[in-house]
Design a protein around this ligand. Structure first.
Ligand code: ADP
Ligand code: MG
Length: 240
C-alpha cells in the first residue's frame, strides 16, 4: 500500500531524511518511533505529500507521490491523517467538522455526509456530542472526533503523528482503544507514537529512526526482544 524507496529530504542545507526505505502492506500496522527531532513527523508527512522530498520515491496505492503530475489533493483525500493537536475547525460543530470534507472534497450530499459522519462518531462513542463545538470537548474526545472525521472519508490508509502526546494521561487510552479497534479491523496504519503498549498489542513492524535515518525496521517481537542497534536499545531503556 505504501512504499518508500531511498527517500531523502533537506531543509535548506540540513538533511532531515537520509535514504529512508520501508513498506506498509495492506492491513499492516507499522509503528514509527525514535528520539525527538529524528524526522518521524517529516517522514510521515512526505507520505501524503504534505512535505516535498528531493530524492527517492514514494508510492501509495500505485500512485507516485513525488511525481509532479500526481494530483496531491486527490491522493490526500484518500489518506486519513491524525495529528497531535486534533486540528478540528473550532468554529464548526462536531457534525459540521465531520461533513465538510466529505461534501467539499468527495462531492457527497449533505445528507449522505451526515449519515456517514454520524456513523463514525457513534463508533468512537461520541454521537451525543454532535451539536457541540470542539472547544466544549475534552482533548481525548476531540482526538476521537478527528479520527471519526478521517474515517468518514473512506481512507485507504491512516497516518497518525503522535496522536496521544498532547493528551492528559487519563485520556490516552480512550484514543488508543479506538486505534486498536481500527488495527484489528484491518486498517492499514502508519503510526508515530511512543506508546509501546499500543505497539506491542497491534503493530506488525516497528520502524526506529535516529537523526533522519531508519536504523531498525523489523517485526515487533524482534524490536522488543533483540533490537540490534545501541541507539534503539538506549531508546527503549529510556521509555519503557
Ligand atoms: P520528530 O517528529 O522525530 O520529532 P521532525 O520530523 O519534526 O522530528 O524534525 C526533524 C528535524 O527537522 C528536526 O531537527 C527539526 O528541527 C527539523 N525541522 C522540522 N521541520 C523543519 C522546517 N520546517 N524547517 C527546518 N527544519 C525543520
Ligand atoms: Mg514529530
Amino acid at each position: 500500500m505504501i512504499t518508500l524507496n531511498n527517500v531523502s529530504k533537506w531543509y535548506g542545507q540540513f538533511q532531515v531524511l537520509t535514504d529512508c526505505s520501508t513498506q506498509v502492506a495492506k492491513g499492516e500496522v507499522v509503528v514509527v518511533c525514535g528520539p525527538s527531532g529524528s524526522g518521524k513527523s517529516t517522514l510521515i508527512k512526505t507520505v501524503n505529500g504534505l512535505e516535498p522530498f528531493q530524492k527517492g520515491e514514494i508510492i501509495v496505492d500505485g500512485i507516485s507521490v513525488g511525481d509532479p503530475k500526481t494530483n496531491l489533493s486527490k491522493l490526500r483525500a484518500r489518506i486519513g491523517m491524525v495529528f497531535q493537536n486534533f486540528e478540528l475547525f473550532p468554529h464548526l460543530t462536531i457534525r459540521q467538522n465531520l461533513t465538510l470534507g466529505q461534501v467539499k472534497v468527495l462531492g457527497r450530499s449533505e445528507d449522505e455526509a451526515t449519515e456517514r459522519g454520524l456513523k463514525y462518531l457513534d463508533r468512537v462513542g461520541l454521537l451525543n456530542q454532535k451539536d457541540k463545538f470542539p472547544g466544549q470537548l475534552s482533548g481525548g474526545q476531540q482526538q476521537r472526533v478527528a479520527i471519526a472525521r478521517a474515517l468518514s472519508m473512506d481512507p485507504i490508509a491512516m497516518l497518525f503523528d503522535e496522536p496521544t502526546s498532547a493528551l492528559d494521561p487519563e485520556m490516552i487510552n480512550e484514543v488508543l482503544d479506538v486505534m486498536v479497534g481500527l488495527a484489528q479491523e484491518g486498517m492499514t496504519m502508519m503510526v508515530v507514537t511512543h506508546e509501546m503498549g499500543f505497539a506491542k498489542k497491534v503493530a506488525n513492524r516497528i520502524v526506529f529512526m535516529d537523526k533522519g535515518v531508519i536504523v531498525e525496521d523489523c517485526p515487533k517481537d524482534d524490536f522488543f526482544t533483540n533490537a540490534r542497534s545501541d541507539r534503539a536499545r538506549d531508546f527503549l531503556a529510556k521509555i519503557i
